[in-house]
Design a protein around this ligand. Structure first.
Ligand SMILES: [Zn+2]
Length: 267
């Protein structure tokens, strides 16, 4: 039996910008690489030492600002007091600064079919992870094309566990019914409060008026389980008394959306 050939052997990218010229700035000198699905374009972040000191981890945990280049993100600014800072200083230059390396397929060495297969396999793996996170009553994040205005997702409360479609069905966000065999899940949207950015509440539900259930394709789900922080900080304030049931949302972590990749890479 012939062994399977190396997968994605012909899916080769190269750095087209982001490396600073000069000795000691090549990829072999870098040991800390990070990627984030919120970055627009094929950009990865690299620096020399993968430092996990409190100053570095705190900086990297800074909230991501949608639509902003990684170089201008608070998470990729120089950490204020990294333990390696004194050793990584050459005159005024920080030798452990981040490089923002843009990658592009190498012409003639990147097969479009293999590239499609690569993205499909990433999506399949991610879908499995999302599937294991979903619980009835839990909250998930569904990708939306609103990242310029908002965070780029809708929040949805799950009313079913994921299941495989037995017949073609209309799902949220896709014009034509999707084929049987796709994995979907059902839920109802949480609604934003008066166009605020981080505040959501469950839709009103009465016996005569239940919120509309929607069916979503699992591939569109960024996270099957989003951490919701209950509203409580101002619970004693009469001004906010009526808002008690409101939930304050924060993304549980960057990992929640880290692995989402579009099946068709945008250029
Ligand atoms: Zn550090």
């Amino acid at each position: 039996m012939k062994a399977r050939s190396i997968p994605f052997k012909n899916t080769t990218f190269q750095a087209v910008s982001g490396w600073e010229k000069g000795k000691g700035n090549g990829i072999s000198e870098m040991f800390h690489f990070r990627a984030n699905c919120s970055v627009v374009g094929h950009i990865t972040m690299a620096r020399r030492i993968a430092c996990a000191c409190p100053s570095c981890t705190e900086t990297l945990d800074a909230e991501w600002i949608a639509g902003v280049h990684p170089r201008d993100q608070p998470a990729y600014k120089k950490p204020p007091s990294c333990v390696f800072a004194p050793m990584m200083k050459a005159d005024e230059e920080d030798l452990n600064k981040w490089h923002f390396v843009q990658l592009a397929p190498i012409e003639g060495k990147c097969n479009d079919d293999e590239l499609d297969e690569f993205f499909t396999s990433v999506m399949a793996q991610r879908t499995k992870e999302v599937e294991s996170e979903i619980e009835v009553g839990g909250t998930g994040a569904l990708a939306s094309d609103t990242e310029k205005k908002e965070h780029g997702f809708h929040l949805i409360e799950w009313t079913s566990v994921p299941y495989i479609l037995q017949e073609p069905k209309k799902v949220f966000g896709i014009k034509d019914p999707v084929a049987s065999g796709n994995v979907v899940c059902e839920g109802v949207f949480l609604q934003r409060i008066d166009h605020s950015k981080d505040w959501y509440e469950p839709q009103e539900s009465t016996p005569s008026n239940r919120p509309k259930k929607i069916v979503v394709l699992l591939q569109h789900v960024l996270s099957g389980s989003v951490f919701l922080k209950p509203y409580c900080a101002f619970a004693r304030s009469t001004l906010f008394e009526t808002l008690r049931s409101i939930l304050f949302i924060r993304l549980a972590s960057r990992t929640a959306v880290l692995a989402y990749t579009s099946p068709t890479p945008s250029s």
